[in-house]
Design a protein around this ligand. Structure first.
Ligand SMILES: Cc1cc2nc3c(=O)[nH]c(=O)nc-3n(C[C@H](O)[C@H](O)[C@H](O)COP(=O)(O)O)c2cc1C
Length: 354
């Protein structure tokens, strides 16, 4: 068994406006800052450890929908909260690495040392192409992202940084103030392809895995844990959509209802999948395991009675998953239910947790 902390729990900030159906009667679509603020403050109060703010500049379900801006929201949330980890996603191609590192250090200061970045190398083509930002071929995006993260990581660590690469030329720059309470903000990496795994092992602290069956997750963890790396071992996070009820039958009935609601979103999903990079491994996995939620969602199997869900979390934790980044619908009430019913059960299975 890999020795790890946790399990820790996080919630995806509702940047998309929903993590389930757009027409769910008890979860009206809402991608506003006010909702994100309420949700994350509530998560912090309930004992959640972390929140992940995904990054898109237009909503992949349809550009007529609102989508919350990631980095302004991260700064706002950092200022309003006091204990929860704030993870902001970043597509390297959107910001020069020196500018991004400066912004990250700013939010690190605002948060008092609770800020992390999640490096994501892009899959949704229109948001870049319509902006006039190049959408390079899949592996080339990772070459760019690796250079970018090399610079960002060095600057976040407070180092005077020089770099000569294919894409970037940085000449002896150093950023101040440096992190005050630790060496640097944490670096997460999301993406499932071989170059994404190399990036996580080479420059990341935590690799985010899309929700999928336990045996896949175990294989993926072995694949990344076995790669060349310097320093402490890489850690692992898992995305999952939870449906937990008193009994398994009730949870399965909720899942069936969720699939009914999902029917109305078929055209939105077609728009999203139709504009995704066909080489994105994440979408090949998602196509194999149809699910409610983004990034694998219910394919992680956290659907069942409260006891079953707690046992599955313990099983994922046993194979090395430290952080569970969760989605729910309706978001607010299910967030509360999970904390009330599942936190204590996980604690009783793993007394050092929570
Ligand atoms: C937990 C998690 C969160 C992600 N968040 C984002 C995001 O906010 N924005 C984005 O464009 N892609 C996001 N992605 C997608 C990946 O970064 C990557 O672009 C995608 O998986 C395609 O790359 P791949 O072929 O390496 O899988 C996320 C992936 C994971 C696993």
């Amino acid at each position: 068994m890999i020795r790890i902390a946790g399990p820790r729990f996080g919630v995806w900030t509702p940047v998309y406006g929903t993590w389930g159906a757009t027409t769910h009667p008890e979860d009206p679509f809402d991608a506003s800052w006010e909702r994100a603020k309420r949700l994350v403050l509530s998560a912090e109060k309930l004992g959640y450890d972390s929140t992940l703010i995904a990054q898109h500049i237009v909503n992949p379900y349809g550009h007529e929908f609102d989508i919350l801006e990631t980095w302004t929201a991260a700064a706002g949330l950092a200022s309003l909260t006091s204990s929860i980890e704030i993870i902001a996603a970043i597509k390297p191609t959107l910001f020069h690495p020196v500018v991004l590192a400066k912004q990250a250090l700013g939010i690190e200061e605002i948060s008092g040392g609770r800020f992390s970045i999640n490096v994501v190398n892009a899959w949704y083509k229109p948001e870049l192409l319509q902006s006039g930002i190049p959408f390079a071929e899949h592996d080339e995006r990772y070459i760019y992202g690796t250079e970018w993260l090399t610079i960002v990581r060095s600057l976040l660590s407070g180092e005077k940084t020089s770099f000569e690469g294919k894409y970037f030329h940085v000449d002896g720059i150093e950023l101040n103030p440096k992190p005050k309470t630790r060496q640097r903000p944490a670096i997460y990496v999301g993406g499932e392809s071989e170059p994404a795994r190399d990036l996580a092992a080479g420059l990341g602290d935590v690799w985010f895995i899309n929700g999928q069956p336990l045996e896949n997750v175990e294989r993926l963890i072995r694949s990344v844990a076995g790669r060349k790396r310097e320093g402490v071992p890489v850690r692992f996070g898992l995305s999952a959509f939870v449906i937990a009820r008193e009994t398994e039958e009730e949870a399965q009935a909720e899942l069936a209802k969720a699939w009914e609601y999902a029917k109305a979103d078929q055209p939105l999903n077609e728009q999203l999948f139709g504009h995704a990079d066909q080489k994105a491994v994440m979408f090949q996995t998602i196509a194999k395991y149809p699910a409610i939620g983004t990034n694998g969602g219910t394919a992680a199997g956290l659907v069942g009675s409260y006891d079953q869900v707690a046992e599955r979390i313990a099983a994922f934790h046993e194979i090395g998953v430290e952080l569970f980044m969760l989605q729910f619908q309706p978001l607010e009430s299910e967030l509360e239910r999970f904390a009330r019913e599942v936190f204590p059960r996980v604690r009783s299975l793993n007394p050092v947790a929570l």
